[in-house]
Design a protein around this ligand. Structure first.
Ligand SMILES: Nc1ncnc2c1ncn2[C@@H]1O[C@H](COP(=O)(O)OP(=O)(O)OP(=O)(O)O)[C@@H](O)[C@H]1O
Ligand SMILES: [Mg+2]
Length: 248
């Protein structure tokens, strides 16, 4: 049985249809890379899965839970958010909280974990991303790469079934990209199910076992990295890949 199944997801903003009936099925342990042109709906798709945007219609199944996007209840929203974490392009850390507090916050207030236990767990996650020594630093005192790694530690501390990453490296200086890619690769090797929107084809090749090409609110192609990235059949995908390879 699929871990996550999305059927016929549609979303419009002010009469402009941004997602036109997207379907996706992923299994536990899958790492799905989403690539595609700017404005094709990639971010909106991730936000819809996490219910940060309310889709107009479609259904979502996560394990045995099923919901209809057109009538999501507050309880369903909470349940989904507990199981699907999102890591943002611009980190979205609390500016007035330390690295440690950014991680413990969700455990203490969202999960009713004791402060001691939350601190222990946060330290474990900080160590996993190599930033234990930065636990008392505020976001402004950390590099972009370090902030993003705190964002990853904050997500993994909540033991999500799925982590959604929206261009996790695109705001970083080139020399910091590697550390974040390494962290995500480590999660992949530990079996964490993830969906990663990225423009970095080498990163998609390294971490993903499935690739989706998004165009104009639709999934234009879905397949293995070899099929989509190395031997694309579709002219549009060939053109996109050759255009971005010129940037890198
Ligand atoms: N809150 C919003 N209100 C109105 N329009 C929106 C909103 N969010 C996104 N859109 C529109 O939806 C379309 C898809 O946007 P989205 O951010 O999902 O694209 P994307 O594929 O993530 O692009 P990029 O690669 O540039 O991040 C765009 O035309 C965008 O202007
Ligand atoms: Mg986007």
């Amino acid at each position: 049985m699929a871990l996550l199944q999305v059927d016929n997801l549609k979303k419009s903003f002010n009469n402009k249809t941004v997602l036109k009936g997207v379907n996706l099925q992923i299994d536990k342990g899958d790492v799905v890379a989403i690539i595609g042109p700017s404005g094709s709906g990639k971010t909106t798709f991730l936000k819809s899965i996490n219910l940060l945007e309310q889709p107009d219609s479609g259904t979502l199944k996560l394990n045995d839970d099923q919901l209809d996007f057109s009538k999501v209840t507050p309880a369903e929203k909470l349940k989904i958010r507990r199981k699907i974490a999102m890591v943002f392009q611009n980190y979205a850390l609390f500016k007035n909280k330390t690295a440690l507090e950014n991680i413990t916050e969700g455990l203490i207030y969202g999960r009713n974990v004791s402060k001691d236990q939350a601190t222990q767990r946060a330290n474990k996650e900080l160590a996993a991303v190599g930033l234990l020594d930065k636990q008392d630093f505020y976001p402004a005192q950390l590099s972009g790469g370090q902030q993003q790694r705190i964002g990853i530690a904050r997500a993994t501390a909540l033991d999500p079934e799925i982590i959604l990453f929206d261009e996790p490296t695109s705001a970083l200086d080139p020399e910091l990209v590697g550390t974040v890619v390494d962290d995500i690769d480590k999660l992949a090797r530990n079996g964490q199910t993830m969906i990663v929107v990225t423009h970095l084809i080498s990163f998609a090749r390294r971490v993903a076992n499935k690739v989706i090409f998004f165009e104009d609110g639709n999934v234009l192609a879905f397949g293995s990295p070899e099929d989509i990235l190395d031997h694309p059949k579709n002219e549009r995908i060939k053109q996109f890949l050759s255009a971005i390879s010129k940037d890198h």
